[in-house]
Write a protein of this length. Structure first.
Length: 346
């Protein structure tokens, strides 16, 4: 069984309601699917006249610039993107919506996007490439998945001996790591938050209190976290997106996944209400489900929602792509768990 098929089977066989709930939300409650297909020839023509598209994204990996370049090369439409944590994008979208001064056209983020105010988004017509989606992925006319991202642990191989690598997520609670953990901040929406939601669900409140005793150093700047570990500032960083590893080849770094598996999140696309380039927004969303974009995601250790499998990964990353999946956060519990994390980690 290929890594993709194994991972997909794991998603389907996740037994807990928490693990399945976010995937199930692709059939967004009460969302009436647009019935009549749009005239995509007209949409493409109008998009080219608009001449620009702006993407808001929480991804720190190379997938965004690569996909946006491919889109620009194919359609001749100028692309730009703004990166931010989920909480930052949420506030930006709220502000733009309240002032009716939208800048972004499409937003791409983790499944916590589904917890944002519905009025921020527009429904979209049937996307032609949505027919390529494989089970369990669906386009509900409001949200559409584009890939699945894994969250792992990154260690400095000069500071962490193989026998000391975390074999379980609970090994991070060993006193020897006190004050030595660089951790993506769970007190704001983003990959740290969704991963801690899964870890709390799987290991209970004792994991959170134990982690608090470790005195973790929280960061909201993922762009430099891996480099800080490579330079020896910290021996361990989590949570780390393996799609970012290609830029770190040759450094004393290693991806570690505990025996229980990796938390994950489905990356979701939505069209922003009042988008200044509405046709270009639709064209970009459809493009992200096409083969060119899905191959980019697969090559960056993402699980493709259309079944693409990468042949370009190193042996280590091929193993990472086959990893057991621990679970996905329930977007309905985001605000509740943000309060828990804020109270626990002071």
């Amino acid at each position: 069984m290929t890594g993709l098929n194994a991972s997909r089977a794991q998603i389907l066989n996740l037994k807990t309601a928490a693990a399945l709930s976010a995937v199930a939300l692709f059939a967004f409650a009460g969302a009436a699917r647009a019935q009549a297909p749009a005239d995509w020839t007209a949409i493409e023509s109008a998009a080219k006249k608009e001449g620009k598209v702006v993407l808001y994204t929480s991804s720190a990996a190379e997938d965004v610039p690569l996909v946006m370049k491919k889109f620009q090369d194919r359609y001749g439409i100028e692309t730009s993107f703004l990166r931010g944590r989920g909480s930052e994008l949420r506030e930006r979208l709220r502000t733009e919506h309240a002032s009716n001064r939208q800048v972004g056209d499409v937003v791409s983020s983790g499944n916590t996007l589904m917890s944002f105010e519905p009025a921020i988004f527009d429904r979209h017509p049937v996307l032609p490439n949505a027919t390529k989606l494989v089970t369990p992925f669906k386009d509900d006319g409001l949200f559409v998945p584009s890939s699945v991202a894994l969250f792992t642990i990154l260690v400095n191989t000069n500071l962490v001996k193989p026998e000391d690598e975390p074999k379980s997520w609970k090994d991070l609670l060993d006193p020897k790591w006190k004050g030595k953990l660089l951790v993506d901040d769970p007190r704001a929406t983003g990959q740290g938050n969704v991963s801690f939601m899964v870890l709390a669900e799987k290991f209970g409140p004792d994991f959170l209190t134990g982690m608090a005793r470790q005195g973790p150093v929280f960061t909201r700047d993922r762009s430099v976290s891996a480099r800080r570990v490579a330079q020896g500032e910290y021996p361990i960083y989590f949570v780390f997106g393996p799609g970012e590893f290609a830029a770190l080849e040759g450094l004393p770094l290693k991806i570690v996944i505990p025996q229980e598996g990796a938390p994950y999140t489905s990356n979701i696309l939505a069209k922003i209400a009042g988008a200044p380039h509405p046709n270009a927004a639709l064209l970009l969303m459809n493009f992200m489900l096409g083969d060119e974009a899905q191959n980019v995601f697969a090559d960056l250790v993402r699980i493709s929602v259309t079944g693409k499998v990468s042949g370009k990964l190193s042996p280590m990353l091929q193993d990472i792509a086959k990893t057991r999946l621990l679970g996905e956060a329930d977007p309905a519990k985001v605000d509740e768990m943000l309060a828990v994390f804020t109270s626990t980690f002071k």
